[in-house]
Ligand binder design. Structure first.
Ligand SMILES: [Zn+2]
Length: 379
């Protein structure tokens, strides 16, 4: 028996426009000079595996790590500019594979031409260097979303990852940044921000608010995740929670286990860093390689079904119009065991269908909801 092409999971998956809202591959392009036209033996993402997984659009995170490049100033801006340049060069060098995209229409065009749309979002507002005019500068360079803070608070926005963020929301400048993003049509991303910042964003923004790579605190109780009240408030703006694929934010108790393993392997990680003769970026890569290997050995596997638990939870709270996907591929040391790379994205669709979601639901979750939000920003 052959499967019915109209209803088998792979056909449904292929027909959908799949948009991943967050991957950290731009740093691999910049720091490791990886060739994404080939199937890489490491990492989670390249064009070959993206095609195998029938991905239509990838938002590349333009991430400035403040500990290495500063929380503002010329080094932070250069780090962002360098990542933007490698993403643009990728599309320019390989137009048969990539389409540099900034809009929902671009994504639809890429999908119908069998290409992958390459888009960009700024992770953490460090690169705007506390200057409002730089929001437009990055918009003009093609950036279509920004989160005000990554794990380190800015002067104008609290993070969920440090002490300052315990009380800090958006100050007046931070609110003016959100208004400027609204004016330009740049989406505001709440992933990584503090609870106070989240509420200030939702109460300031006049456009739909998104989370590009987050999950539900009701299932995995970590500060990076969203509470049920937050999910309801975000949905009220017309926005979308894009569920992350990272076990730490998906699996109850996993973060504590990871912290224990981090203590166990501390000396191993330090040795790898010391043995690496290169610069600070190379040393970080050496540390990450040890953590990847040891996390895989020492931590319990988490499956794609857990990602769908979070999707289910959001759907139960606010319906199917407010959920999407944001893998965090190449930004995490470990992934789920059966959605380990972008090539296995169809496994997510299989699990959604197994749980009774319709093709129309799958279309919305994989990318349709984000197309709607992008269109609302392009008005
Ligand atoms: Zn992140």
């Amino acid at each position: 028996m052959t499967e019915n092409s109209a209803t088998d999971p792979m056909s449904i998956h292929r027909r959908a426009i799949a948009i991943d809202m967050h991957a950290d591959t731009a740093q691999r392009l910049l720091d490791e000079h990886v060739d994404l036209q080939q199937e890489l033996s490491d990492g989670h993402f390249d064009a070959v595996r993206a095609k195998a997984g029938s991905l239509d659009a990838q938002f590349f995170s333009i991430w400035v790590e403040p500990q290495l490049f500063g929380g503002g100033g010329s080094r932070a801006m250069k780090r962002a500019d360098d990542q933007i340049a490698v993403v643009r060069a990728l599309a320019e060098k390989h137009p048969e594979t990539w389409l540099l995209a900034t809009s929902a229409d671009d994504i639809r065009r890429a999908a119908s031409d069998g290409k992958i749309a390459a888009l960009m979002g700024l992770e953490g507002g460090y690169a705007i260097d506390e200057r409002l005019e730089n929001v437009k500068r990055y918009y003009d360079l093609g950036v279509r979303y920004m989160s005000p803070a990554w794990s380190v608070s800015t002067s104008w926005a609290g993070s969920s990852g440090d002490d300052a963020g315990r009380t800090r929301g958006l100050n007046d400048f931070g609110k003016s940044v959100v208004r400027e993003m609204n004016r330009l049509g740049m989406m505001v991303d709440v992933s990584h921000v503090s609870d106070a910042t989240f509420w200030d964003i939702v109460n300031t923004s006049t456009a739909p608010v998104i989370a590009t790579h987050s999950a539900c605190r009701a299932i995995a109780d970590v500060p990076r995740n969203l509470t049920d009240d937050m999910i309801r408030a975000l949905a009220k703006t017309g926005g979308v929670v894009n569920v992350i694929f990272y076990p730490e934010h998906l699996e109850p108790g996993w973060q504590l286990l990871k912290k224990k393993v981090d203590v166990e392997i501390e000396s191993m990680v330090k040795e790898a860093s010391a043995a690496e003769p290169g610069d600070a970026v190379k040393k970080k890569l050496a540390r990450d390689r040890v953590r990847q290997r040891e996390f895989a050995r020492r931590l319990p596997p988490v499956k794609v079904s857990r990602i769908v638990d979070h999707i289910d939870h959001i759907v139960q709270l606010v319906g199917v119009d407010h959920v999407g996907i944001g893998s965090d591929f190449d930004g995490v040391q470990i992934t789920t065991s059966d959605l380990a790379t972008v090539a296995e994205l169809p496994n997510l669709t299989r699990e959604l269908l197994r749980r009774g979601y319709t093709e129309a639901d799958v279309d919305k979750i994989l990318g349709g909801n984000m197309l709607r939000v992008m269109e609302a920003h392009a008005r």
